[in-house]
Design a protein around this ligand. Structure first.
Ligand SMILES: NC(=O)c1ccc[n+]([C@@H]2O[C@H](COP(=O)([O-])OP(=O)(O)OC[C@H]3O[C@@H](n4cnc5c(N)ncnc54)[C@H](OP(=O)(O)O)[C@@H]3O)[C@@H](O)[C@H]2O)c1
Length: 296
C-alpha cells in the first residue's frame, strides 16, 4: 500500500515514519514538498504519487499563538484539510485526518464521544473544528481521528518541557484543574496504521492512551518515572505544586475536562489501549537511549 504523509517533521509524523509496517510504502513530505494550504500543489502531489491513503499529520499546533494568528491557524487547520479532502475525492483516495480534544468545551461530566457537539474555546480548537467539517462534508468516507495531549521522545511537548524545567529548577507549579489523557505517539501511530489496514473505516474516532490525569498528575508521574529510568538524578527531588488555571493565565482558554471516549476505536480495531502511565514509561526509556547515544 502506498501512503502520502504530510507534516513530515512533526512529532506524530516522525513516529509514523519510524513505525511504518513493511507492507506500506510511505512518502513523507515536509512543508516545502507539500504545503497543504496550497490547493494546486496538493492536487499535483496526489497526481504524482497516486497514494491509496493520505495521512494528514500536519497542523498549526501553537494553541496560544493561534489567538493572535487566526488567519494562519485557519489556513493550515481548516483550508489545508479541505484541500486534501478535495484532492482525495477527485482521485478516489482515502484520507486519515488528525484532530483534537480542543474542539470540546470541557463542560461534559463524562468522556466525550465522537458524536458529541463541538464547542471550541479558542482559535486553535475552532480552526481544527472547521477542518473536521470541511473533511466530513467533502469526503464522508474519510477518517477523522481526534487525539489529546500528544507527546513523544522528540519535539516540543509537555514531557520534554517538564524534563527541562525539572533539571533547571527546584520548584514547579503545574495546573491541576484541567483533566485529559496524555497520549504517546506510539499509541497514536499504532492506531493510525490499524485504521489504514481496516478497510471501510470512516467517520470520527477518538484515540488516546487509557485513563485520565491532570497536568499536575502528569508532571508528578514524569518526575517519578524520569528518576526511575535515569533521566533525572535519583537525589533530584523537584517540588511540584498543584496550581489552578486562574494562577497560570494563557492567551487561549483550555477545556477543564477533555477525556475522550475511545469505545468505537477499541471495538472496531479490536485493540487494547495501554494506560497513559505505562506509555509514559516506555517513551522515557526511549528518551534515555536517545540521550545516551547523543552523549557518545
Ligand atoms: N500536540 C498535541 O498535544 C496535540 C493534541 C491533540 C491533537 N493534536 C493533533 O495531532 C496532529 C499532530 O500533531 P503534532 O503534535 O505531531 O504536531 P507538530 O509536532 O506541531 O507538527 C506539525 C507539523 O505540521 C507541519 N506544518 C505546519 N504547517 C504546514 C503546512 N502548511 N503544510 C504542511 N505542513 C505543515 C509543521 O511543519 P514545520 O515543522 O515546518 O513547522 C510540523 O512539522 C495535529 O493534527 C494536531 O492538531 C496534537
Amino acid at each position: 500500500m502506498n501512503i502520502v504523509l504530510t507534516g513530515k517533521n512533526g512529532q506524530l509524523a516522525r513516529e509514523l515514519q519510524k513505525r511504518k509496517p513493511s507492507n506500506i510504502e510511505l512518502v513523507a513530505l515536509d512543508r516545502n514538498d507539500l504545503d497543504i494550504t496550497n490547493a494546486l500543489q496538493v492536487m499535483e502531489v496526489i497526481t504524482e504519487y497516486k497514494p491509496e491513503v493520505v495521512i494528514n499529520a500536519s497542523a498549526y499546533t501553537a494553541v496560544d499563538k493561534a489567538e493572535s494568528e487566526r488567519g494562519q491557524a485557519f489556513a493550515v487547520n481548516a483550508i489545508g484539510p479541505e484541500n486534501l479532502a478535495k484532492a482525495c475525492k477527485a482521485f478516489g483516495k482515502g484520507l486519515i485526518h488528525i484532530s483534537t480534544d480542543f474542539v470540546f468545551d470541557g463542560q461534559s461530566p463524562t468522556p466525550y464521544q465522537p458524536k458529541d457537539t463541538v464547542r471550541p474555546l479558542g482559535v486553535y480548537g475552532e480552526s481544527k473544528a472547521a477542518g473536521e467539517v470541511a473533511v466530513q462534508s467533502l469526503l464522508p468516507e474519510a477518517v477523522i481521528l481526534r487525539t489529546a495531549w500528544v507527546y513523544s521522545a522528540h519535539g516540543v511537548n509537555f514531557v520534554n518541557t517538564m524534563l527541562r524545567l525539572m533539571r533547571e529548577r527546584k520548584k514547579l507549579g503545574v495546573v491541576a484543574d484541567q483533566v485529559g489523557t496524555p497520549t504517546s505517539t506510539h499509541t497514536l501511530a499504532g492506531a493510525i496504521y490499524a485504521l489504514v489496514h481496516k478497510r471501510g473505516a470512516s467517520g470520527i474516532y477518538h484515540c488516546t492512551d487509557a485513563g485520565a490525569a491532570s497536568w499536575y498528575d502528569f508532571a508528578v508521574a514524569i518526575s517519578e518515572e524520569a528518576r526511575q529510568v535515569g533521566l533525572l538524578p535519583l537525589e533530584k527531588i523537584v517540588q511540584i505544586k498543584p496550581i489552578g488555571t486562574a494562577d497560570y493565565l494563557t492567551p487561549a482558554a483550555r477545556p477543564a475536562y477533555s477525556v475522550l471516549d475511545k469505545a468505537r476505536l477499541v471495538k472496531d480495531l479490536g485493540i487494547e489501549l495501554q494506560h497513559w502511565r505505562q506509555a509514559l514509561r516506555l517513551v522515557l526509556k526511549e528518551k534515555k537511549v536517545i540521550e545516551k547515544i547523543a552523549c557518545r
